[in-house]
Design a protein around this ligand. Structure first.
Ligand code: ATP
Length: 452
């Protein structure tokens, strides 16, 4: 069932312009995907919903957009050059490459920044052919590149493996320009790159992906409490946008799986067709990053509390989620199949804020110029407020099916009677109920239902 569901979703994504295999005409670049016309709208809506909840609706968080390329000292200070590793092993017989964390049934996560545990050492048999595996070797996940015309050590740069560091290194700039008081946070959405040993499961694990990260600076005494608050807050964000509660859970990290900078971490996991998997990690990063950058740059990264006259390194609570994984989870959760009049109906029951198209305007007959003109005018007018499309390239049944498959909440149909009574039919995606609405009332009708 799981495999079938994923196959159906991958096929829908291609058929309906959500997600295409990258460089498809050349055989594709493995595990790299491109978002098509509706995929980009959908993904942008996920990002918009996150930004609204975490930046616009709060008084204590500032947005940021830092560059992908950063000074190499950043990755030295952060510990990524030394410790941002996965462990890999090859089969001596079939030469297949494995990520050690995938072979280890005890450990669910990669041991980034950690030595090998006993569980890892035991696993030296190839699960595919039974051959012997080589000794586990660390493998740094950062992509390298060069700045300028000479490719040497001095020009070596890294593609950022997380957006977080762009916020830490701007901590003093934000203090100086915005004068925030603790607790406050920075939020950023952007690309990150990891040379993953075993990418896969469609857009779940890729080498190029987007993150949505918050770095929330708190007094060290308040870190535990704020961590709990953020875990609840982030969990509810997914639920409020329609993820079914039974498909979401929290998982506390064991001490042996924490990243080198973290004192505690809880993952929010989604029940994908291929198993429970992380959507987001919410970690207590302690004062590790600010201290490291302070020491490495020679700048004073301590915060001065004007009331208590205390100077200290704030702790950082970091809710760090993946845009692509989250988008995939919303897609999987919204996928529905049902039988209507002995035919299969496929639709995406997406939250209205996330649906790529909000309204489709469909003329019932295209051989009457007045109907086409009226439908086009209605669509043009609605476009000022919503992403709205006009479509007259098939019979109405087929047009409805197309819109169902991309999750369009409302279809507006213009027919011969509309010319007389100045009314249109509005069809609801989930219930398929139809309302006859005056054209002059249409905007109000949609406003009540699409407000968000
Ligand atoms: P995993 O254990 O799955 O490798 P992680 O714990 O290393 O993930 P983090 O470093 O906590 O991930 O990154 C924060 C978020 O970024 C993850 O929760 C995930 O949503 C996203 N992310 C990380 N790596 C990838 C990837 N290779 N592809 C897509 N999203 C990713």
């Amino acid at each position: 069932m799981g495999d079938d569901l994923m196959d159906n979703i991958v096929s829908l994504c291609k058929r309906r312009g959500f997600i295409f295999a990258n460089s498809d005409i050349y055989g594709g670049l493995s595990n790299t995907w491109d978002y098509g016309p509706f995929g980009v709208e959908f993904k942008n809506n996920v990002k918009r919903a996150w930004w609204k909840a975490n930046v616009h609706c709060r008084d204590d968080i500032y947005g940021m957009d830092a560059a992908i390329l950063m000074h190499p000292n950043v990755w030295d200070a952060s510990g990524h050059i030394k410790q941002f590793h996965d462990y890999k092993s090859d089969c001596k017989t079939c030469h297949k490459l494995f990520k050690i964390a995938d072979l280890n049934p005890v450990r669910k996560k990669s041991p980034k920044g950690k030595g090998l545990s006993n569980g890892v050492k035991d696993k030296n048999i190839c699960p595919d052919c039974g051959g012997k595996l080589t000794e586990a070797r660390p493998f740094n996940l950062m992509f390298k590149t060069y700045q300028g015309v000479v490719e040497d050590k001095a020009s070596l740069l890294y593609l950022r493996p997380e957006t977080a560091q762009g916020m830490f290194v701007n901590f003093l700039n934000v203090l100086d320009s915005c004068h925030p008081k603790l607790p406050f946070g920075l939020a950023q959405i952007g690309k990150a790159f990891r040379n993953e040993v075993t990418p896969g499961n469609f857009t779940f694990r890729t080498r190029e992906f987007e993150q949505m990260e918050i770095e929330y600076f708190v007094h060290p005494d308040h870190a535990d409490k704020k961590l709990e608050e953020w875990i609840e807050d982030r969990f509810n964000w997914y639920i409020n946008l329609g993820i079914r509660k039974e498909n979401l859970r929290k998982r506390l990290h064991g001490q042996d799986e924490l990243a080198h900078y973290a004192a505690a971490c809880t993952d929010i996991e989604y029940k994908f067709p291929f198993g429970w998997q992380e959507l987001e990690g919410i970690a207590n990063r302690t004062d590790f990053d600010l201290k490291q950058h302070g020491e490495s740059s020679g700048k004073d990264f301590r915060y001065f509390d004007t009331e208590s006259k205390e100077r200290f390194y704030p702790y950082i609570i970091e809710p760090s989620g993946g845009v692509d994984r989250t988008t995939l989870a919303f897609l999987v959760d919204a996928y529905r199949e049902e039988e209507v009049k002995k035919r299969k109906r496929v639709f995406l029951s997406l939250h209205k804020d996330l649906a790529p198209i909000k309204v489709a305007v469909l003329p019932l007959l295209t051989n009457r110029a007045e109907i086409v003109e009226l439908a086009r005018n209605i669509c043009q007018d609605l476009k000022k407020k919503y992403f709205c499309v006009y479509d007259d390239t098939a019979a109405i049944g087929k047009l409805y099916r197309r819109q169902d498959e991309v999750g369009t909440p409302y279809c507006v149909t213009v027919d011969v009677e509309s010319l007389e009574d100045r009314k249109v039919t509005v069809r609801d995606r989930d219930t398929m109920n139809q309302d006859r609405i005056g054209i002059d009332k249409l905007k109000d009708y949609l406003k009540q239902r699409l407000a968000g």
